[in-house]
Structure formats: C-alpha cells, structure tokens
Design a protein around this ligand. Structure first.
Ligand SMILES: O=C(O)C1=C[C@@H](OP(=O)(O)O)[C@@H](O)[C@H](O)C1
Ligand SMILES: C=C(OP(=O)(O)O)C(=O)O
Length: 443
C-alpha cells in the first residue's frame, strides 16, 4: 500500500458526542442471504453498505438474485430511509464468478447456497482468503452430496458444481476454528431436500452469539430450527426443510463497531452515546457494556441510545473473549492505555482472522513501546508509556480502529492503510474526526 499513512488524531479534550454507527455486518449479510433464499421478495432496511456487504450482494446478484438499492420513506419510523429490496431468483443460476474478498461471512456462507445453483460457481478472493480455514464448509458440503473442486487445497480458489438441489441430512464437523462453519450450513439448510443437521465433533466453538443470531434470523424467516440453547442436544443444530418467508427487516447498528467510539469515552474521560442500541440483541458487541464497565466506565440507556462515560482512568482486565473475539483488537488497545495489566484469553482462533491478530497486535503495540506478549490463547498486555510511530494494519479493519484508539492518547501514531476500515466501516476517518470535534463546534 503506497498511500500516505493516516495521522491518528490526538484527543485534546474529553469527547462528548452522539454517534450513528452503521448497520451490523453480521445481520446485513445474513439478511441478504435469507432474503435471496426466500419464496417472495423482502426488504433489508438500514443495511450496512461496506465492502463485506457489497461482496455479499454482488455474489447473490451473480447467481441471479435482484438487489435494488432504494430510498423508501413510505413506512415511516424505523422502516424508512435506505433499504435494499431483494427479489429472489426463480432459479439460482451458474456459471458464475464470485469474489469473496476477505469476508468470512461471504467465503463461508455463499458456497452452501451455490450448491443450489444450476451450474458451476467459481469462488476466489483476497490472498488471505486462501489461508483462512474453509474445510468445515467444503468437507461438510461434500459429505452432504455436493461436488466441489478445490485443486486439493481445501480452500479458495474453488468451484462448486451446483445441480439445483442438495440432499442434505446429517453432517459432522469440527467447528473449533470458526462459528461461521455452523452458521453457513444452517443458513441454506432449510432449502436442502432433507434439511440439515450439524454436529460439532471438535472443541469449543468460538463466537457462539453469532450462531444464536443465525438461529434467530432463520426462525424469523419461518424455518424450524432445533438448537442446544433451547434444550437440544449439546453441539447439535437442526434445520428442517421448508420454504423461507420474505421479510421486512431493519438492521441493528453494528455493536462491535461501537467498540472504538466507546473506547474514546474511556480513554479521554468523556461521554459517547451510540444511537439506537437495541435492548435485546444477539450481537456479540452487546458485551461491551459489561467489559468496558469492568475497565472503569459506566453506561446507561437514554432516549437516544446507549451512553458510555469514562473517567480517564482505565483498569486492566482478565477477560475470556472466546464469544466476542471481534472485540479483542480494540480492547487490547484500551488495555495498553490502562493502569494495570490485562490478560485476554480464549481467542487463539484470532490467528486465522483477517490477519493473525494476536501476532499483529503484539508486534504493532510493542513497536510503539508497549509490552504485549502472546499466550497460547490470547494476549498479556502490560501498560507502558507509548510513543508515536507507524502502525501496520495488515488489511484488517479492526487493527486500524485499534490504532486510532491508541492515537487518542499517544501523539504521532500513523496508521498505515486506514482505508481497510471500508470492510465494515467505510466512513471511519470522517466519523472519528466528528467524534473529536468539540461539542460547541458541532452546534
Ligand atoms: O457469523 C458472523 O457474522 C461472524 C462470526 C465470527 O466469526 P468466527 O466464529 O470465525 O470468530 C465473527 O468473528 C465474525 O466477525 C462474524
Ligand atoms: C473476524 C471478522 O470478520 P469475518 O470473519 O466476517 O471476515 C471481524 O469482522 O472481526
């Protein structure tokens, strides 16, 4: 990347801001896929418009789904504003080429749908897509009757030879590398002849709230789903075969992307409200309320959303982030500015995310003078006075937002390729500048 690094702004005063965080990546991409598989058209309102959701939309379009971008205010309230109208294809069609980028949701969720297409569907993506684990999806689809060519690599590039239908049935897989393996099979499973039963034979599955989100969204689309959380067999999920309803769905704000904004309240001793924070949600990011409170902040619901207030003093934490790995990079940045040590555990799987997040965080924070060591399943962070320098982001949106948080308190942090935030938060630099603008200047 040859672009000039972005100088992360230093906070010169306590922040005091109200922020609108764009829609959830996880909800948007599930909603698009379920709408594409439905028996009738549907709406996805307030969608995230970012690289990952654009890749999902384009992938579905390549198979014949119509996705129209519309502004529709007719329903008023939360139903108005930007929306995607999704019109399912009469027949999902190959041949098609699909770019998965570095989007886990696209690389895992679309091949199980492509088996339902009539014809070959070729998938490829960013170089990192060749390294991220995909076996849980490919091997499972093969066991369920699909033909997939992957040149013996077990991942991308690959071709799914869709035949218009899949038998489906029971499959065993090791989902300890990613919850997305399970979500992927469940999301398309209602459209398989026998539905799908997914049995995890591996260790503990990370990011479980994301599977809960899959189950909830499937049920709202009319699918019958059995899940362990509802008294089902542990480690087993079942989706019965059946048609899905087209829905009118409003996407919640992306709570994981609220992490850097609330962090600004903690770091500067200020106050940040994220608008429209849902009272009930399956998003993993909701756990920020508890985690940041343990680090010294406090939060309350207001008429506008969720307000977080910091004191400027941050306590280190011991936290198992197995369920909420998405939050780890920004929490690590906050921990590096704390007044005591932190140990973040349960996140070995982050080594296979957008980049090896554990190695990248340790290296980059240490280059600024920090003391971060990798443990077997996480990070130990001992706060030390930090200095400015170039922070590499490894094409990882969450590394870039973590660097911005450090830059609030450390003059001279230069963020390489801040544009990588476009994966889930396209306007991040402008949003960050607005956050730091004194309240008086905004009025
Ligand atoms: O299903 C999803 O929407 C996601 C699941 C999680 O993946 P892993 O289970 O691979 O951690 C999460 O980290 C990712 O950002 C989004
Ligand atoms: C891990 C992440 O993304 P994905 O797996 O969806 O690419 C993330 O957004 O932190």
């Amino acid at each position: 990347m040859t672009e000039t690094p972005w100088p992360a702004p230093v906070a010169t005063a306590a922040v005091d801001a109200v922020v609108t965080v764009p829609g959830s990546k996880s909800v948007t991409n599930r909603a698009l896929l379920l709408a594409a598989l439905a028996a009738e058209p549907g709406w996805v309102r307030r969608p995230l418009r970012s690289r990952d959701s654009q890749l999902m939309a384009d992938g579905l379009r390549a198979l014949g789904v119509t996705i129209e971008e519309q502004v529709n205010n007719s329903t008023g309230g939360t139903g108005g504003g930007e929306a995607w109208r999704v019109i399912p294809a009469t027949r999902l069609a190959g041949p098609a080429n699909i770019d998965v980028g570095n989007a886990g949701t696209v690389m895992r969720f679309l091949p199980p749908l492509a088996v339902l297409a009539d014809g070959p569907v070729h998938f490829d993506g960013d170089p990192r897509s060749h390294e991220r684990p995909q076996h849980g999806v490919i091997d499972s689809l093969r066991a369920l009757g699909a033909r997939i060519e992957d040149g013996g690599r077990g991942g991308f590039p690959l071709t799914v030879h869709g035949t218009g239908a899949l038998d489906g049935g029971t499959v065993e897989l090791d989902a300890s590398a990613s919850s997305q393996f399970v979500s992927a099979l469940l999301l398309s499973g209602a459209r398989y002849n026998q539905g799908v039963e997914v049995r995890n034979t591996g260790g503990s599955i990370p990011s479980l709230p994301h599977i809960r989100m899959t189950v909830d969204m499937l049920r709202l689309a009319g699918a019958q789903v059995d899940a362990p959380e509802d008294g089902g067999e542990p480690g087993v999920w079942r989706v019965s075969p059946g048609a899905l309803r087209g829905r009118d769905l409003v996407v919640e704000p992306d709570l994981s992307n609220a992490a850097p904004f609330f962090a600004a309240a903690l770091v500067t001793g200020g106050r940040v409200t994220v608008r429209d924070w849902p009272k009930h949600t399956t998003q993993a990011g909701d756990q920020l309320r508890e985690i940041y409170s343990r680090m010294g902040g406090s939060c309350r619901f207001t008429d506008e959303g969720l307000e977080f207030t910091g004191t400027g003093r941050i306590q280190g934490i011991e936290a198992d982030l197995h369920d909420v790995g998405e939050l780890a990079p920004v929490i690590a940045a906050v921990a590096a500015l704390a007044d005591s040590e932190s140990v973040l555990s349960g996140i070995a799987h982050l080594r296979l995310h957008e980049t090896d997040r554990l190695a990248a965080l340790a290296k980059e924070i240490n280059e600024l003078g920090g003391d971060v060591t990798e443990t077997a399943d996480g990070l130990r962070i001992r706060p030390r006075p930090l200095h400015g320098g170039l922070f590499h982001t490894y094409e990882d949106h969450r590394l870039a937002t973590a660097a911005a948080v450090l830059g609030l308190a450390v003059p001279g942090v230069l963020v390489e390729n801040v544009a990588t935030t476009a994966k889930t938060l396209p306007d991040f630099p402008a949003m960050w500048a607005d956050l730091l603008e004194p309240a008086a200047a905004r009025d």
